[in-house]
Design a protein around this ligand. Sequence first.
Ligand code: UT7
Length: 327
Amino acid sequence: MINLRVAGTGSYLPPTCVTNEELARKMETSDEWIRSRTGIRERRLLAAGDVPSDMGVEAARRALLAAGRTTEDIGLLIVASNVFEQPVPGTAPFISKGLGLPGDVPFLDLMAGCSGFVFAVAVAGGMLSSGTARSVMVVGHEALSRFVSWEDRSTCVLFGDGAGAVLLEPAAGESGILGVSLHGDPSKVHLLRIESGGVRAPSTVEDVRQGRHLLKMEGEGVFRSAVHMMVRASLEALAHAGLGVEDVDWWIPHQANVRIIEAFARRLAIPESRVFVNIDRVANTSTASIPIGLDELVRAGRVREGDVLALTAFGAGASYGTVVLRW
Ligand code: UT7
């Protein structure tokens, strides 16, 4: 067990809300198709001119406020995302700058597909337990609306933008990370990808014309793997924790598709009332989906001291993992 406490949570959703009906006016789709296939009704999109780190900074500020802490209390900043503000440096320095962190606070970017936040919490736990960091602000933020093709209806309707953050601190009591299971399956590297823009394929005019700088997804393949991956990681993390499925008070799964979440819950016989779902309002915010969900649960007063929470995700790579926490 890694003793720590979640001192505060925060999240930020951009104000621009786009409903399925609005999308249906611009492309060959319908509210009925999107809702019945995914559970999504609307999504928030980052306004033109804004950058992803603006959202990460706001979520982190709210987490600090909730914790009653200041920027002086952040010992390490970990930023999980699949989008970069610019190729070099990563986004973490921009969030550090936006928060006004002192010049000696380390920061790092972590990219692990939509599982990034789960991986980042596990890394943060290790840094706290080894004494390497005195506290860790973990931020998950995403603006995939900037990397989808708005002409590819099978992908663009799925994603929304947003950010979430948690401040983790060492603690002496019962709270902390009880179990972790992290995995990667590179045989599924093709399922979710942006092909050009890196060293393998620097963007050429032709690449951009063909849309290779935008997100491509083999939705059915992702769907088929997702349930199996979250089930495996969750059972392993619970086994490490010495707990059973019935001991978890709140499951916060990555919000990719309500049908994936329901199939996952069915496989583990988890009652619907213990599974957090907000995909109808925010769509798939990738790395940000779990910290946004956690913050919404906490702010609604639904998480009590001693509760067991399971955060589980899958994503590009393919990466997948579960962290089990006691609040
Ligand atoms: O964070 C991880 C990221 N990604 C995911 O988790 C995605 C996982 N996959 C999924 O959520 C689902 O596979 C989708 C929602 C992407 C698709 O649902 P599906 O039930 O697997 O639908 P489908 O792929 O079988 O598509 C059925 C039809 C196709 O038409 P035809 O070929 O049957 O005539 C598509 O062209 O639906 C069509 N279609 C659409 N129709 C209306 C695809 N997108 C749309 C759309 N509106 N937006």
